[in-house]
Design a binder for this molecule. Structure first.
Ligand code: ADP
Ligand code: MG
Length: 327
């Protein structure tokens, strides 16, 4: 029996985000933060996004929930093109897609009680009585395994892990379909990380959430995601089921990235350490052709001139490389 895939919740086509930098027109330069990203995210799945610092993960995440404008390409949410939607047009869509950040403290006003902070989304989007609002806040606190009486406390009275729970509660307030979590556990102690990951996983099951999970830690992504996209200098170089991508990476960059962390592969063989030559090029002046060619062991002259597009190497497994590794 053939299974028909549901339509994607999110679809991007050649989405790019460029930041102009430099004060005067003569000094003006362009940061190519995200470059021609095409992806589809299906309801209920967790797509991990990995790559070195500065490769455009956060920028892509912010584009997906339209927290930032998109330079070119398109973005669809639930079948609707929202690439250029105005703030007013975005309002009904906003509640469907929320972001969880690495450092929740930055968005928690220290002078307001947690109950008030959590009630904000209801004030903006829903007309509720005081007691209805208090009930909803209590539900949220319990959902993230905090206590109803925590509503009376101020953000500084919580630990880092508890503050992230509050950040998650706030993202959940309007019952979104999509959550983009940008390194949600990177700032936490390892023991606390596992608790937050478990909470996110429980919420996914209970509330049928779809996640984009951004991390530089491959082992966390491997635990938590069904599919992964590997980014290098603003572009996706490889994407596929987590196990396929991490146990038999086809892109030379993925292989190097994986070998840099002690993640044994499926057969528990430690991956051989691959050290990349050269430095990460600047997104102000990315290399021609394949952006990875300056550091790639397999690069040929073709790679200098022609940019490889993502192509299938296996079911659901795509790689953007002229000379992929053997599977
Ligand atoms: P990551 O999350 O993978 O570390 P980012 O998306 O934060 O990467 O950044 C990608 C690139 O875009 C980096 O070179 C970064 O310096 C640049 N960048 C991010 N935000 C801005 C901004 N507001 N203005 C200019 N450049 C930016
Ligand atoms: Mg980031």
């Amino acid at each position: 029996m053939s299974e028909t895939k549901p339509p994607p919740l999110v679809r991007t086509s050649e989405l790019s985000k460029h930041y102009p930098v430099g004060r005067s027109p003569l000094q003006r330069r362009i940061v190519h933060a995200v470059e021609q990203v095409s992806l589809e995210i299906f309801p209920g799945e967790t797509l991990g996004i990995v790559g070195e610092s500065g490769c455009g993960k956060s920028t892509l995440g912010r584009c997906l929930v339209r927290l930032t404008d998109i330079t070119s390409g398109t973005l669809e949410f639930a079948g609707r093109d929202i690439t250029r939607a105005s703030q007013r047009q975005l309002r009904p869509v906003r509640r469907q897609m929320q972001m969880v950040f690495q450092d929740p403290s930055a968005s928690l006003n220290p002078r307001r009680r947690v109950g008030d902070l959590l009630a904000d989304p209801f004030r903006v989007h829903e007309k509720l009585s005081r007691s209805e609002m208090a009930d909803r806040v209590e539900d949220l606190l319990v959902r993230v395994e905090l206590l109803p009486e925590h509503a009376q406390r101020f953000p500084h009275e919580f630990s880092g892990g508890q503050r992230q729970r509050i950040g998650i509660a706030r993202a959940l307030a309007l019952r979104p379909q999509l959550i983009v979590a940008d390194e949600p556990v990177s700032a936490l102690d390892v023991s606390i990380q596992a608790q937050i990951i478990n909470l996110l996983a429980d919420l996914r099951d209970a509330l049928k959430l779809t996640y984009v999970f951004i991390a530089h830690d491959l082992s966390v992504v491997r635990q938590f995601s069904s599919r992964v996209a590997v980014m290098y200098l603003g572009s996706i170089v490889e994407t596929g089921p987590v196990d396929a991508v991490f146990s038999s990476p086809r892109h030379h960059y993925t292989a190097a990235l994986r070998s840099a962390v002690p993640v044994p592969d499926v057969d528990n063989r430690p991956a051989q350490r691959i050290v990349l030559k050269g430095d990460l090029p600047s997104p102000l002046d990315p290399p021609s052709g394949c952006r990875f060619h300056t550091r790639c062991v397999a690069a040929t002259s073709l790679c200098r001139y022609e940019r490889p597009v993502l192509s299938f190497v296996d079911t659901n497994h795509l790689v953007a490389c002229h000379h992929p590794r053997a599977g």
